[in-house]
Design a protein around this ligand. Structure first.
Ligand code: NAD
Length: 492
């Protein structure tokens, strides 16, 4: 296959960067060059902001149902291209097609927000002499910066509500995985989005991402990615125009397994959670705490399941796990494995590495009884690496599970409902699974994290709020004053 040519999409046209620079994208499986993509400059971001600014008045003046038409059409076009989209992410980031749900997810989001966007404010008669109302209004020019592990999930999760709310948007893809986003971007004109309503730029984070975070013309920014980058974006936003921020960041998610749990289910699901997509998932349960009495049985079941994983060509349906997304990711994971070997014991389930193209594959790695303060227990590794420790009491389990600066997802397995609910309440985490673990979730429930795992929440029901300002309007109405009282919005 000839390398694809990935360009920026600004004001409805596919364009090169201002300095014509591109970067090469290689398949982590075959090593082949799969694309040459635009390396965007700050000037490109400026052009995208100008286009979005010009498109905003007409787009925001449309009715929600008018704005919904291109969203709904895009949903159908994504569904029609589902297989091709899965293949593009398999090529660019080694994501096995067997793990692909992203096309369905993206279509559902564009379809849902095509019809759900009727934001309404409130009204109040609580101030004598006034009828007060609040308005929900779009911010104007907004932006989204997305990661590489499920590109289309984030492309849709951010664009759909932002656009439905009446904003115009600049989206930056990840330098590791621009292909599926580019394919969907190629559908935008045919779907009926007016020029400038959606603008997509590609490139590395420091330049294009930095230009977006510090841009004075962008009023809201939704970011999904690492805690490290989140900190940088927050600083840039504070130093520029204090833009509204929504963050979905990393995790070091615990799963607690009590001795009365369905051990088979717990082993199957926790193994899937951390090994799925080669451990490159924000909410993967990378720390597992098992009650002492059942630890040996659990670990043995977990290791057999991990050993049975089929590692190989991500474009084949029978493959469970692909390579790490690129050399940097691969080397980072190996570094953590070496670090973990210094502080604790490691078991390698007997998983077969592929015969060909094994360069960037990491087999499942299971650490046992790592000290709670070791690096592998504290930092997000983003690889097929899990730490399994034991505990004796419920109090102890909660204490160690919460001893982290992350708080994205936590799980508890037990048949005792009272205990399940006590633990669910006590866990410092934005999402908790009871007798289930990530990636189990629900699209109408708040998605997001406590502590360093994020700021704000996304979901079918909540995401519109992320993209709408609120305005109070105080309306003095003659004849409504109560006699003798001072009419004022202070309510005296
Ligand atoms: P990353 O932070 O390295 O990059 C994410 C995006 O930010 C990319 O588009 C990148 O180009 C851009 N970026 C990098 N440096 C930047 C800068 N200085 N300014 C502005 N933008 C910059 O993360 P990643 O490696 O792409 O993704 C993995 C991380 O994302 C993990 O930490 C994972 O847990 C997290 N993640 C979180 C969720 C969630 O919903 N909470 C979902 C998926 C991934």
């Amino acid at each position: 296959m000839a390398p694809l040519d990935v360009k920026n999409f600004i004001n409805g046209e596919f364009v090169n960067s201002s300095d014509e620079k591109t970067f090469d994208l290689f398949s982590p499986y075959s090593g082949d060059l799969v694309a040459k993509a635009v390396e965007s400059t700050a000037e490109d971001v400026d052009k995208a902001v100008d286009a979005a600014k010009a498109a905003f008045p007409a787009w925001s003046a449309m009715s929600p149902s008018q704005r919904g038409k291109p969203l709904a059409k895009l949903a159908q076009m994504i569904t029609d291209a589902d297989e091709e989209l899965a293949k593009l992410d398999a090529l660019s980031l080694g994501r096995p097609v067997s793990t692909w749900f992203d096309g369905y997810y993206a279509a559902m989001h564009f379809r849902y927000f095509a019809e759900a966007a009727y934001p309404v404010g409130t009204s109040s008669l609580n101030t004598p002499g006034f009828i007060n109302v609040s308005l929900r209004q779009p911010y104007g020019v907004c932006a989204a910066i997305i990661p590489w592990n499920s590109p289309l999930v984030f492309y849709s999760k951010k664009l759909a509500p932002a656009l439905a709310a009446g904003n115009t948007v600049i989206l930056k893809t990840s330098e590791k995985a621009p292909l599926s986003s580019d394919k969907v971007t190629q559908m935008l004109n045919e779907a009926g989005f007016p020029p400038g309503v959606v603008n997509v730029v590609h490139g590395h984070g420091a330049v294009a991402g930095g230009a977006i975070s510090s841009h004075m013309g962008i009023r809201a920014l939704s970011f999904t990615g690492s805690l490290r980058t989140g900190r940088l974006i927050q600083k840039s936003a504070a130093d520029s125009n204090l833009k509204h921020l929504i963050f979905e960041l990393g995790g070091k998610s615990p799963a607690i397994i009590f001795d009365d749990a369905d051990l088979g289910r717990a082993a199957r699901e926790t193994q899937h959670s951390i090994m799925w997509h080669s451990g490159q998932t924000c909410m993967a349960n990378s720390r597992i705490y098992v009650q002492k009495g059942v630890a040996d049985d659990f670990i043995s079941a977990f290791n057999s399941l991990a050993a049975a994983r089929k590692l190989g060509d991500p474009t084949l349906k029978e493959t469970d796990s692909g390579p790490q997304a690129d050399k940097t990711q691969f080397e980072t994971v190996l570094k953590y494995i070496e670090e973990g070997k210094k502080t604790g014991k490691m078991v390698e389930p007997d998983t077969k590495l592929p015969a060909d193209h094994a360069d960037l594959f990491v087999g499942p790695a299971v650490f046992l009884q790592q000290p709670e303060d070791s690096k592998v227990m504290k930092e997000e590794i983003f690889g097929p690496v899990v730490c399994i420790n034991t505990f004796e009491t419920e109090e102890e389990a909660l204490k160690i599970a919460n001893d982290t600066e992350f708080g994205l997802y936590a799980a508890v397995y037990t048949k005792d409902l009272d205990r399940a609910m006590r633990v669910a309440k006590g866990l410092e985490s934005g999402m908790v699974g009871v007798n289930c673990t990530s990636p189990t979730g629900a699209w109408d429930m708040p998605f997001g994290g406590y502590k360093g795992s994020g700021v704000g929440r996304e979901s079918f029901l909540l995401s519109m709020d992320d993209w709408l300002e609120q305005k109070a309007v105080y309306i003095r109405v003659g004849g409504l004053e109560s006699s003798g009282a001072v009419s004022s919005t202070l309510g005296r």
